[in-house]
Design a protein around this ligand. Structure first.
Ligand SMILES: Nc1nc2c(ncn2[C@@H]2O[C@H](COP(=O)(O)OP(=O)(O)O)[C@@H](O)[C@H]2O)c(=O)[nH]1
Ligand SMILES: [Mg+2]
Length: 318
């Protein structure tokens, strides 16, 4: 199965929610607005149930009301795509009358060090392996720092990936100081002139430690080793967790301002709508999506592609 087919299957629950509640998706918007106003109401419920959020739902319905001449599904797809663009782009697209070729957000890190954060189990370590493969495939030199010293064997897990992918890994000791590993990694990267360093971090600490304080410390220490870094802080979120994940994201964003989000497990039974409030409420672009457990299962996020997969439109069959 192609990654788009896996994404489409992962989004089937959300798709069903929208299709079942709001029938008549094939109807003309004008016809719906004249004869089937309850369809708009049903659509409103469906979007909220899919975790799209109230503010975005209101804007989507407004955009649909202005889309006479299109069929309802096309109008909905355009409006949803727009919601997946960060603020500035959304305004620009509306002014221009919406460009159907919404672009991918840039995935070129602005500097050299990327801190990868998120709670345990969302897929941080696996995502770092995938990121390593992604950038190595594009000609970059890459290093990892195994900064999750709190979870037993997290360092080993990253070490195994590093060996498989031929990527050097700076290791600490289990139970040791995560900031020390981050410092060593950032210093080694600068000394070797490696293009990119991905720093793995803890997702949960033993009781006496506070995760957010620890992450701030890791950040400060990287800055000490290399003053313009970390250039990027990417939060990994698991799409299966829906609203809960959004609340986590806000807490992380307050502690360590995020520059990007990576949404994993979109091949599972994902809450597809949650991507909308992630973009809107955090104001942070989605950089990549994870669609499986293998190093190749990471794709740069493309809003239009995502919405097509959600509605099972134009998915090439393999
Ligand atoms: N299906 C699926 N599983 C994933 C994805 N990303 C990570 N995983 C799995 O999620 C589990 C936890 O991943 P891990 O990287 O250890 O999470 P961490 O605790 O955040 O470092 C592992 O079994 C991964 O294989 C994804 O995109 N899709
Ligand atoms: Mg991990």
């Amino acid at each position: 199965m192609s990654w788009l087919e896996r994404l489409r299957d992962g989004l089937s629950k959300t798709r069903k929610q929208i299709n079942d509640t709001a029938g008549f998706l094939g109807s003309d918007v004008r016809d719906v607005l004249t004869n089937r106003l309850d369809t708009i109401e049903d659509l409103e419920y469906a979007l909220i149930a899919a975790d799209v959020g109230r503010a975005a739902t209101e804007e989507i319905l407004d955009d649909i009301r202005r889309a006479e001449g299109k069929n309802l599904q096309d109008a909905l797809m355009d409006a949803l795509t727009l919601q997946l663009e960060p603020d500035a782009k959304r305004a620009e697209f509306r002014k221009l009358g919406f460009s159907p070729d919404a672009r991918r957000s840039s995935v070129d890190p602005r500097g050299h060090v990327v801190m990868v954060i998120g709670v345990n189990g969302v897929g941080k370590t696996t995502t770092i392996a995938k990121l390593g493969q992604y950038y190595v495939d594009r000609g970059k030199s890459v290093m990892f720092a195994a900064g999750d010293t709190f979870r037993a064997a997290a360092g080993t897990q990253l070490g195994v990936w590093g060996e498989r992918l031929g990527i050097p890994v700076v290791q600490g000791v289990d139970g040791g100081d995560p900031a020390a590993v981050a410092f060593d990694g950032a210093a080694a990267r600068a000394a070797r002139g490696t293009d990119l360093l991905f720093v793995d971090t803890a997702g949960r600490l033993h009781n006496k430690h506070n995760l957010m304080e620890e992450l701030k410390k890791v950040r400060r220490v990287i800055e000490k080793a290399d003053p313009n870094e970390p250039a990027e802080v990417w939060l990994v979120l698991d799409a299966v967790t829906g609203q809960n994940g959004l609340q986590q994201a806000k807490k992380f964003h307050e502690a360590t301002p995020l520059t990007g989000v990576i949404v994993t497990k979109l091949d599972g039974t994902a809450k597809g709508g949650i991507l909308v409030p992630i973009v809107r409420e955090l104001g942070v672009p989605i950089k990549f999506i994870g669609v499986g457990e293998q190093p190749g299962d990471l794709q740069p996020f493309d809003s239009r592609e995502f919405v097509r997969a959600l509605f099972d439109v134009n998915i090439p069959r393999e």
